[in-house]
Design a protein around this ligand. Structure first.
Ligand code: UDX
Length: 437
């Protein structure tokens, strides 16, 4: 089948390569010429495990271009552009709207437009009306991929969700997308067909639930901090109840990235527009708890070191999560910037995130007090304190004795509760976790 994918960011680029892996002829289209140039040369423009290999393996069935007219040959068109957060918290629909407008002249009778972007409920209905005069049908097929596992999640998803129009159009859309995903469906992947509004809500509801789970355990960490309880043991104990489950109960400096924070804010904004803001008022608490986690590290450092001005602090982690170079709304980078603003000299180390962080640090005018490196060992030389802000495996497996010898001070703040506390204490460190004193 001939497929076009509009938008080649984390979602679209991985989707394009994965569709080629399934045997389809794919063209990826994006307005960013640098990204397209890189993808066309089978070089991933961002760090995502397995993605380079997928691009290379499928290069004979994959092309990338900035020219929207290349979509004319395709019969299935995936829309995978970003919906960033607007100043008022709502989702910015500029890219989705311009992708659909750009695509309209190249659509023909029988084509299928498949929305993948995370959008406010009601969007698919509106776009469907726009697409209808071309004879094409629109459906919504939200994506649940996690960065760091994007290839695996695209080719072996937990479930497929189809939001379709009522009647024959819905049936034909379902049949075409079933053909596209036939290999995935043959593996027994659950496939749920529903109306537009439900499919749009599935995505934001899933992300809201995950965000709530993380903020719940972080609220418990706040209580643990004042009671002497240990939030990791608490999570283990409640997690054995299968109704609760242990996953996504890791307390620490909270969630970041390009999805969870903006999706819960966009959902709240949309509910308010619909006159049901009260239904989601709890998500504001979820957001507030999460934002408080980022200030907690500076509080702990101040408790231990006094005034931070003049102190040298090394932060391990810049990306919002391990195995990613994504620094969007990263708690790790936010914390490093706030420590620099408090007068500390900060060195941030991350195997991947150090590169994209440089431009942002220059923009924020903090280059004199905040530097980045890929080498987390070199970074600790002479430091008064070490903060672990992203749980890369290479940090967790580090030798505490060696690190202790390189540092001036002996304080470690484990912002992700990912270190073996006893091991670090045995090496002479003062260990402070998040909700596990
Ligand atoms: C998320 C959803 O998981 C995915 O289904 C959706 O498609 C996009 O948004 P992603 O942004 O890649 O994926 O990251 P995720 O693994 O969900 O982690 C989000 C944030 O939560 C990270 O900053 C992570 O460090 C944090 N987190 C996660 C915790 O603080 N504690 C946990 O227990 C789990």
């Amino acid at each position: 089948m001939k497929i076009s994918v509009i938008g080649c960011g984390y979602l679209g680029a991985v989707h394009a390569a994965s569709m080629a892996e399934l045997g389809h002829e794919v063209v990826g289209i994006d307005v960013n010429p640098h990204r397209i140039d890189s993808l066309q040369r089978s070089i991933a423009p961002f760090h995502e495990p397995g993605f380079d290999a997928l691009l290379l393996k499928n290069s004979s069935r994959l092309t990338f271009t900035t020219d929207m007219s290349a979509s004319a040959d395709a019969t299935v068109h995936f829309v995978a552009v970003g919906t960033p957060q607007s100043a008022d918290g709502s989702a910015d629909m500029t890219y989705v709207n311009s992708a659909i407008e750009g695509l309209l002249p190249y659509l023909s009778d029988g084509d299928l437009v498949v929305g993948k972007s995370t959008v406010p409920v009601g969007t698919a209905e509106r776009l469907s009306e726009q697409v209808q005069p071309t004879g094409a049908v629109l459906m919504w097929n939200p994506e649940f991929l996690r960065e760091g596992f994007a290839v695996e999640d695209t080719l072996s998803p937990d479930r497929l969700v189809y939001g379709v129009p009522a009647g024959d159009d819905g049936d034909s859309a379902t049949a075409i997308l079933d053909e596209v995903y036939s290999e995935i469906i043959a593996k027994g992947t659950p496939r749920l067909v529903m109306n537009f509004a439900t499919a749009e809500l599935v995505k934001v509801a899933a992300n809201s639930f995950l965000a709530t789970k993380i903020s719940f355990i972080n609220a418990m960490a706040e209580i643990a901090d004042v009671t002497g309880a240990n939030v990791t043991q608490l999570a283990d104990a409640i997690g054995y109840d299968t109704r609760i489950g242990r996953r996504f109960l890791n307390a620490g400096i909270g969630f970041g990235g390009g999805c969870l924070p903006k999706d819960i804010r966009g959902f709240v904004a949309r509910a308010e527009e619909l006159g049901v803001g009260d239904a989601l008022s709890f998500l504001k608490d979820v957001d507030d708890i999460n934002v408080r986690r980022r200030t907690r590290v500076a509080e702990i450092l101040t408790e231990e070191l006094g005034n931070l001005a003049g102190k040298t602090i090394v932060v391990w982690g810049i990306s919002f999560k391990p195995d990613s170079d994504d620094i969007r709304d990263s708690p790790a980078l936010d914390i490093a910037e706030s420590l620099a603003r408090a007068g500390a000299t900060v060195v941030s180390a991350d195997p991947e995130g150090w590169k994209p962080a440089q431009a942002r640090i220059e923009q924020s005018g903090l280059s004199d007090s905040l530097t980045t490196t890929a080498d987390h060992r070199v970074a600790v030389a002479g430091a008064d304190a070490l903060v672990v802000a992203t749980e890369w495996k290479v940090f967790q497996g580090e030798n505490a004795d060696t690190i202790g010898e390189l540092m001036s001070g002996n304080l470690v703040v484990d912002g992700r509760n990912c270190l073996d506390a006893e091991f670090w204490k045995a090496a002479g460190f003062r260990y402070r976790g998040m909700g596990r004193a």
